[in-house]
Design a protein around this ligand. Structure first.
Ligand code: SF4
Ligand code: SF4
Length: 152
């Protein structure tokens, strides 16, 4: 069965492994943009509806939705290797593991700079407020969420 997720100008990182999919429809139920159909017992992602929110990935009981990943060694092509991590990554570790140790481990595997993505939220909110005060056009939509950008 052809994966419609590959037939698009947008690159989507999510795809369905048809060997694993059991057609349970969980992903179809949670998809906020109705981008998934189940045909002949297999899920199909309709690329031009998908906003890459990841809800289907979380809902699949048999891990049939996969996330394309690059080989980590690719980072060594670049002198500056920045990793942006969500703070939930830190929260996954037991309390006895210090945040500084997690940062250190990320540097040991090859990253030169580690930043938590939430650090930029204050800047985005501040710039957004300033823009809204200066410009009166509405609505104003933040580009901070990539899923929203895809949706637009
Ligand atoms: S990533 Fe989100 S929008 Fe795309 S198919 Fe999955 S649930 Fe739907
Ligand atoms: S949730 Fe997983 S197994 Fe169920 S239909 Fe979707 S991809 Fe297939």
């Amino acid at each position: 069965m052809q994966d419609k997720n590959r037939n698009t100008d947008f690159h989507h990182a999510l795809a369905v492994d048809y060997d694993l999919c059991i057609g349970c429809t969980h992903c179809m139920t949670v998809c906020p943009t109705q981008a998934i159909r189940v045909r002949k017992g297999k899920a199909i992602i309709i690329a031009n509806r998908c906003v890459d929110c990841g809800e289907c990935y979380k809902s699949c009981p048999v891990s049939a939705i996969t996330v394309e990943q690059d080989d980590l060694d690719i980072i060594f092509r670049y002198p500056v290797r920045v990793i942006l991590i969500p703070s939930v990554l830190i929260g996954q570790f037991p309390r006895k593991i210090m945040t500084s140790s997690i940062y250190k481990a990320l540097k040991v595997i090859g990253f030169t700079h580690v930043y938590e993505v939430e650090n930029s939220v204050d800047m985005v909110v501040s710039a957004g407020r300033q823009h809204m005060q200066e410009k009166k056009e509405r609505p104003m939509i933040s580009s901070f969420c990539p899923a929203i950008v895809r949706l637009i």
